[in-house]
Design a protein around this ligand. Structure first.
Ligand SMILES: [Zn+2]
Length: 302
């Protein structure tokens, strides 16, 4: 039974290789397909058969088509990438610098070709855009049992471009956010550099609830001093404590900062920022007498 005919121009050895691989993978699931290659004028034709003469169950058909779609998607998207992306970036994103264009190209290539799995909001967004392209390919091969790779690309190029541009926009957005952050760190470092070291050693304790306690080397709690300095004294709990602490750190420019209970921190960006600004002046405590005291106190409180 003929499942799918794939038509393409030129030699596409990777495509044949990939389909052979699918054949093997399916065989391990006890699904048997055969591949037959022929040439019709300028086109190469791959015919994919089921070795079963009877109709396959719907679930088996779905597995076969899904696997074939993944391969076809990879080839179509690569072809699109090499044909269109330089042009798109130069025409529609002319405001980007040369370095940014390179950065976008690398990210885009990695996203389109070997998607790393869903681990954050951004990758869900990328995955959704690619799945829209994949869904359309899947519908075409299921309905027609035939796909002409170049023809498909020619007819769908606008649609694919729309999705790819959405991905590019998101990549640019995150490059900009990164740049902003770098600028933020650079400025904080600059401010720190202008201050005298008003404190030798400063301890930041983060308790089980993720709350902060700031002490100087004489164990004086200096959180209120920090609040006063950042004009946040009267603004009770609503104030972002992390902002208060960062600005306190910048003005007091401690020679050494020891962070206790970093694992309790609910905002990892906060610790990263301190480390990025104060670099070698920061130590993460991996357990000391004071940590233990703090921990046992919290357990009692609960
Ligand atoms: Zn400690």
């Amino acid at each position: 039974m003929l499942l799918l005919t794939i038509v393409f121009k030129g030699e596409k050895e990777e495509l044949i290789y990939d389909i052979n691989e699918i054949e093997e993978r399916l065989r391990n699931k006890d699904i048997h397909i055969g591949i037959y290659k022929e040439k019709e004028e300028e086109f190469n034709v791959l015919k994919i058969f089921s070795s079963d003469n009877s109709d396959l169950p719907k679930k088996t058909m779905d597995i076969i088509y899904y696997n074939l779609m993944e391969i076809i998607y990879n080839h179509i998207i690569l072809e699109f990438y090499y044909m269109e992306v330089d042009y798109i970036l130069n025409e529609d994103y002319f405001f980007l610098g040369k370095e940014e264009i390179e950065e976008v190209k690398i990210s885009l290539f990695n996203i389109l070709t070997n998607f790393q799995g869903i681990n954050d909001e951004k990758s869900v967004y990328f995955s959704n855009r690619m799945n829209e392209i994949k869904e359309d390919i899947l519908n075409v091969i299921k309905e027609n049992n035939l796909i002409n790779i170049h023809g498909y690309l020619r007819f769908r190029i606008r649609e694919i471009k729309k999705k790819v541009c959405l991905i590019i926009d998101k990549i640019i957005e995150s490059i900009m956010v990164e740049k902003e952050y770098d600028e933020f760190i650079k400025l904080l470092k600059y401010f720190v550099g202008m201050q005298d070291n008003k404190i030798n050693k400063l301890h930041i304790f983060i308790d089980n609830k993720g709350d902060y306690i700031i002490k100087d080397e004489k164990e004086n709690n200096i959180m209120n001093k920090f609040k006063k300095e950042s004009f946040a004294e009267d603004i009770a709990e609503a104030v972002d404590m992390e902002d208060v602490i960062i600005s306190g750190l910048v003005t007091s420019s401690p020679k050494k900062i020891i962070i206790h209970g970093a694992n309790n921190c609910k905002n990892k960006e906060f610790i990263n920022t301190i480390e990025n600004v104060f670099e070698s002046r920061v130590t993460l405590c991996d357990g000391c007498e004071q940590c233990r005291k703090l921990l046992s106190k919290n357990v009692k409180n609960n």
